[in-house]
Design a protein. Structure first.
Length: 293
């Protein structure tokens, strides 16, 4: 039987040169911009392996690309660059970096809550007054639960007929919130009226500016006032069809006819949160005063 000698491959006397990728090639591979890679280099997040002294060209090695893939993956999850650096350090140390992701999960949950509240607000704003099941211009007794918290700023009595009403209203809101809010804000503005003051001459004078802090955790100058749970006399009316004084009069007449003892403070607030009850923007308005049964 004939034997065939096994030939060994010729020995290489020169080490294989690693592949170097120019910045444009790396950008093309990952469908990102050259400017992005330059920014990563500038902040020390992902630097080229070699920068030519002659041309200033950046060159990356193939082994570096794993780090870039981590960066792009974490960016896709929404993590800021400032946090990604710390996570990459943990990966290099083979340590647990799940805590950083758990913190980001909490942040995402907060964002989801805000978006859900915005969706609820938009759905409310698209509802027509006719779509409401609550009767209009009819006083009802409702149990308000749980306790409501509003921000309240007491003001000098402000009549709707006052020629400076709109200006005064803006100034008082600024004092309450610390700035003049946009017309369609994230907050629900309203007002308070003294029942005793209204009964004197049936003239509507606001004695306070009211605000529901809403889901955005406002930090206004004034503190929160709790309006306890309990039974309230409530009337809803459309400001486009009914003068506010008329609705206040109906509420007053109802309390007198049924001999209800009530608190002095009447709350007026728009049904559609996000709008002011005492502007023409939010016509559907709710008046409520706590009563004793």
């Amino acid at each position: 039987m004939q034997e065939y000698p096994i030939k060994k491959p010729p020995e290489s006397h020169s080490a294989e040169q690693p592949v170097k990728l120019m910045i444009g090639k790396v950008a093309s591979l990952y469908d990102i911009s050259v400017q992005t890679l330059r920014h990563y280099d500038k902040i020390g997040l992902f630097r080229p392996e070699v920068v030519s002294e002659e041309t200033g060209y950046r060159y990356y090695s193939v082994t570096q690309l794993k780090r870039l893939e981590y960066i792009l993956f974490l960016r896709q999850l929404g993590l800021p660059l400032s946090e990604i650096q710390g996570i990459l350090d943990r990966i290099q140390e083979n340590s647990d970096w799940s805590d950083a992701l758990k913190a980001h999960i909490d942040a995402i949950q907060d964002q989801i809550s805000v978006l859900q509240e915005r969706l609820r607000l938009m759905e409310q704003l698209t509802q027509t007054p006719e779509g409401s099941s609550a009767p209009m211009e009819t006083v009802t007794i409702e149990r308000i639960f749980p306790m409501r918290h509003y921000l309240l700023r007491e003001i000098e009595p402000l009549a709707v007929s006052d020629s400076r009403f709109s200006y005064r209203l803006m100034e008082e809101r600024k004092q309450l919130l610390g700035k003049i809010p946009p017309v369609q804000s994230a907050y629900s503005f309203g007002a308070t009226v003294s029942m005793a003051d209204f009964r004197k001459d049936s003239v509507l004078r606001y004695t306070g500016i009211l605000m529901d802090p809403g889901p955005y955790h406002a930090r206004p100058a004034s503190g929160s006032v709790a309006f306890p749970e309990g039974y309230y006399a409530v009337i809803r009316f459309d400001r486009d069809c009914c003068q506010p004084e008329y609705a206040y009069g109906l509420l007053d007449r109802f309390l007198k006819e049924h001999s209800f003892e009530s608190e002095d403070l009447i709350l007026e607030i728009g049904q559609a949160s996000g709008f002011s009850s005492i502007s023409r923007i939010s016509p559907v308005t709710e008046l409520m005063v706590q009563i004793k049964l």
